[in-house]
Each structure stands twice: as structure tokens, then as C-alpha cells.
Design a binder for this molecule. Sequence first.
Ligand code: BTN
Length: 262
Amino acid sequence: MNYDLDALKKTLAGKLIGCPIYYYHQIESTNIEAHSLALDGALEGTVVLADSQWGGKGRFQRSWHSPPSANIYTSIILRPQIPLSSASQIPILAGVAVAETLHQYCPGRIQLKWPNDVLIGEKKISGILSQAKMTAKHLDFIILGIGINVNMNHGHFSEEIRETATSLTMEAGREISRQDVLISLYENLGKWYKHLTQQGFDGVKRKWLSLTSMIGRDVEIVFQNEIIRGKATDLNEDGSLILITSENREIKVSAGDVVKTR
Ligand code: BTN
């Protein structure tokens, strides 16, 4: 089903996230467009939404498969007044907001994998790509690029990710309105963003911890061809994952992909 843009704009009018909304039938990447709008001074809460992307971007220069009429591809511009050292709290918050949104369709089955992959039963249903622009002292803006697999079927995924990806329709067993998911996503993002900026990171962190099964487990994290192993013990204030190594050393990992959890 296509988006009803007039209804969408009416619903989002005056909201913290989603006003104004720039919609594209096809675009290279909503993140690229949001980045250029932000450089031109677009206000906080401005969003870019596309039906399909021909150059969808994933983390670590991967591509994000973005076929038409099925999924959500959106990028949100935020201008948080927080210290530079807290910038990584924002993508953590985004994972929480996506998980809460998807929970309504698959209650009790949504899991977060650090830093912010959203999974159902070990399969990825959503990915978040955040890009920040900062000066030496100041956070100028953050783009939160969010992709959610909504109405994809098993055979629609590229072979590469077919066995490791899932969608809302596959999990809920019915077609899902992208528009409803999107409205709820912007609402939850606004709610958690307000929470973070007004009350700090504690509540976001508690919610994140309640949605992950990684804590207390042995994990392997890959970053730039290096493998870091340890038991995950906590989420740090700056969004990094705290591990205890087999030599009983505490380390904080701020980037990477979790490739194994035992
Ligand atoms: C990941 O690798 O898990 C992050 C994927 C992020 C994909 C989304 S889709 C909307 C936005 N535009 C992009 O080009 N990428 C993000």
C-alpha cells in the first residue's frame, strides 16, 4: 500500500518529529538528502521519507536493499544540545524507539543487539545508520537513518540476507500499514528524545537493557578486521558496550558488529 501523504502531513503537523516531511518516490539515500537539508539549515524534527532507494546505505559502507512499496526508509534530523561525548546516546535511543514501535505488532519478541540492530528471533528486521556533524566542541546535527522491513516476503530479500533478515509481515502473518508504523515510529522517537534531553540517559539505558539479551553473555565484536571477545556486562553512559575479557580486564567498545553471542 502506498503512503497517503496528505493524511500523513495532517497527522504529523506540529509534532516534534515529522514536520516538515520531504517525500520521494525514489531517491539515492534518505540519509544523503537529510544531510544536505541539515547543512542548509533544516530544523530539528525535519524528516526525509522515500518509497525506494537506489543507493541505500548501511553501516560500515554496506548497502541497504531498498525495493519499492514494501518497507520504511526514513532519515530524521536532530540538533540535540548535549555534550559531544553523549552523541552516541542518540542512536541507542533510536533502537529503543524502533523496538517499542515494533513491539505493538510482535509483542515480547523484539530484541536489541548492540549498538542498535533490531531483531526478531535472531533475524534482523531494522537497521539504523546515524551520521553526526560536529565541530571540535559542538554537536551541529545528527541524522538518524532508519530502515524497517515491513511487507517483504522471504523471496523478496536478496540471497545474501535471505536467511538472516525478516519483516513485520513475515512475523505477524498479515500485511501491515507502513503509514501506521511510520507514525508510531516518529511518535516514539519524539517521546524518547524528549526523555533523553530533559531527564538524561538513565531511562533510555534501562529500557535498552530490558530489550537486549546480550548482557551476561560472551560476545565477539568485529571492528576493522579485529575481533574483540568478552562477556558483555553493561551499556556505558556514552553508548559503548562494556565487556570483561578472559584476563578480567574491563574494556569499552564504541564501534563494531556483534558477530556472535553465546
Ligand atoms: C545498518 O547497516 O544496519 C543500517 C541500515 C540503515 C538503512 C537506512 S534506510 C533509510 C536510511 N537511508 C539510508 O541510506 N540508510 C538508512
